[in-house]
Design a protein around this ligand. Structure first.
Ligand SMILES: Cc1cc2nc3c(=O)[nH]c(=O)nc-3n(C[C@H](O)[C@H](O)[C@H](O)COP(=O)(O)O)c2cc1C
Length: 512
């Protein structure tokens, strides 16, 4: 019998079970992780001076700024990074400042970091820059004069991405990473899942905000991990590269020839490590000189149309309203917080429809260059647990985005079960609807090897972020849930063992 891909082993090992959850993971409270990296003495470019000070006025004027300054200008990059992953709130706890970011993060631990690779810029020298979130500054990663020049940087980045022509032709690219320890400090081995989901949320912001600033991007999930990590000078045993995103002006979209958004991992047996996270990251890596397995074109929200699990004609048809959630959505990103208590009151079927439409469907009012870019959404499926939605019977439904239809798979309230399987979190009990993102791990790993595990979680986090900001735009409450009893979710949804629950998003009315 052939060995299963390591992703399956990791997934099995990191399941939560009612009988063992209490044993949990030991948290070393005296040794909390740093949320920011330091580059002592490195040149810095402060981005704060370019940040709008008046929320509604200045952020609303993005289009105007784009005309005058150009989409790659420092004011635009400042806004892009801030609305993607910047500090949007602060609290003091135990005398310590806590910084909350534009994207949510499990346990507010913020493992996601962003790097900018730049060449030929009017105000930035060629180089690699670390985005320091707290300081809202760019820090040069290579000591002055010691890094490769801009053309060499992009030559190497494109080579690492299998000569992706989009990357080769870009002048600015974002590289997203995760510093695993920030999350594993608290969540132990299961943290890799949350790291990926967290980064997916950040990418959700990025995809929403970029077109508002006159920019477009492509997702590149297939790259030689080691080569990109070396290029941005990150230590591979602490920080993993999760995606590369070349940036272009919206008008250049037609001219760019992007490669596939996802490729399979090499699935070389990981060198035995006593760290499950490094093992899964290693097993899902792509190495140089292993088979190059390009699979399909760029993935976008239109792909959701391809994957209805059940062919059916008798579901509840969802009708969206005339409301355009994309309008002023950037303001929802800036004011977004995870709702801590939901009231249990109902949301309407129209609110649910508008949200699902915004999160899962291509917005036909927008041109292709403004559509979200995913790794491979055909891997994901969606169920909706209805606790209290006006106009919809409680129960479990399968959601088919292509038809905007809900198919009842289990009638009757399951409020008690969803509360229990979310580790007894009241958010799930008091939600009006709970969105459950699932995937067929077997089918996904057949396509992409263990790297599918990354794509599944990154894309689910991305969609989760669209649900988050869409809900805030509708003045609803919302929160992700990353901790759940895995096998109990399968039982509730009546899905087979090779399918996995990737993520849960709770929606409802915030308690006042
Ligand atoms: C992947 C993920 C998992 C999360 N899981 C939970 C959870 O299980 N329970 C919960 O109350 N909040 C959860 N949250 C919400 C975080 O606690 C919240 O994002 C964090 O405290 C930061 O606050 P903010 O979202 O208001 O900025 C999760 C968020 C993410 C992105």
């Amino acid at each position: 019998m052939t060995k299963p891909p390591f992703a399956e082993i990791y997934h099995r090992q990191t399941k939560y079970h009612p009988a063992t959850i209490e044993r949990g993971h030991h948290i070393d409270w005296n040794n909390p992780p740093e949320q920011f990296k330091d580059y002592p003495g490195a040149p810095r470019i402060e981005l704060r001076p370019y940040l709008p000070t008046n929320e509604s006025e200045d952020w609303g004027a993005m289009q105007r700024l784009q005309d005058t300054d150009g989409p790659f200008s420092l004011p635009q990059l400042s806004k892009l990074l801030f609305a993607t992953n910047g500090v949007t709130a602060m609290a003091i706890s135990g005398g310590q400042k806590m910084f909350f970011r534009a994207a949510p993060s499990a346990g507010a631990l913020y493992p996601t970091d962003l790097y900018l690779v730049v060449r030929g810029h009017a105000d930035l020298s060629d180089g690699v820059y670390y985005y320091h979130v707290r300081d809202h500054a760019l820090i040069e990663v290579y000591p002055e004069g010691l890094g490769p020049d801009g053309d060499e940087l992009f030559r190497r980045l494109a080579a690492a991405c299998f000569d992706d022509k989009g990357v080769a032709g870009a002048r600015v690219a974002i590289v997203a990473t995760s510093v695993f320890w920030r999350s594993s400090w608290r969540y132990g081995d299961r943290a890799y899942r949350r790291c990926l989901l967290d980064t997916g949320h950040v990418l959700g912001n990025f995809d929403i905000i970029a077109p508002k600033l006159g920019l477009c991007t492509f997702a590149v999930g297939g790259f030689v991990d080691q080569e990109v990590a070396e290029l941005i000078a990150t230590p591979e045993d602490k920080e993993g590269v999760l995606g590369v995103f070349p940036l272009f002006e919206l008008g250049d979209f037609e001219r760019v020839e992007p490669g596939p958004s996802a490729r399979a991992s090499s699935d070389v047996e990981p060198t035995p490590k006593d760290d499950a996270i490094l093992s899964i990251h290693d097993a899902s890596a792509i190495r140089r000189n292993t088979a190059d397995s390009a699979t399909g074109p760029q993935s976008s929200s239109e792909d959701f149309m391809l994957n209805p699990k059940y062919a059916f004609a008798s579901g509840t048809k969802l009708k969206t309203s005339e409301l355009n959630l994309n309008e002023q959505i950037e303001l929802a990103i800036l004011r977004r917080r995870s709702t801590r208590t939901l009231s249990g009151e109902p949301i309407t079927l129209t609110e649910l429809s508008d949200l699902l439409g915004f999160a899962y469907r291509a917005d036909l009012r927008l041109p292709p260059e403004q559509q979200p870019r995913y790794f491979d959404t055909t891997l994901l499926e969606t169920f909706v647990v209805v606790n209290n939605v006006e106009g919809l019977e409680p129960g479990v439904y399968y959601f088919a985005p292509s038809f905007m239809e809900l198919l009842s798979v289990r009638p009757g309230s399951v409020q008690h079960e969803i509360f229990h399987l979310s580790l007894g979190q009241e958010l799930a009990r008091d939600a009006s609807a709970v969105i459950v993102h699932t995937g067929d791990l077997d089918a996904a790993t057949k396509k992409f090897g263990s790297r599918a595990y990354r794509y599944l979680h990154l894309d689910a986090g991305h969609i989760g972020q669209r649900l988050n900001v869409g809900a805030i735009r509708l003045e609803l409450g919302v929160s992700g849930i990353g901790g759940f009893f895995d096998d109990e979710v399968n039982a509730l949804l009546k899905i087979p063992a090779q399918e996995l629950c990737v993520y849960i998003t709770c929606l409802g009315k915030p308690a006042s």
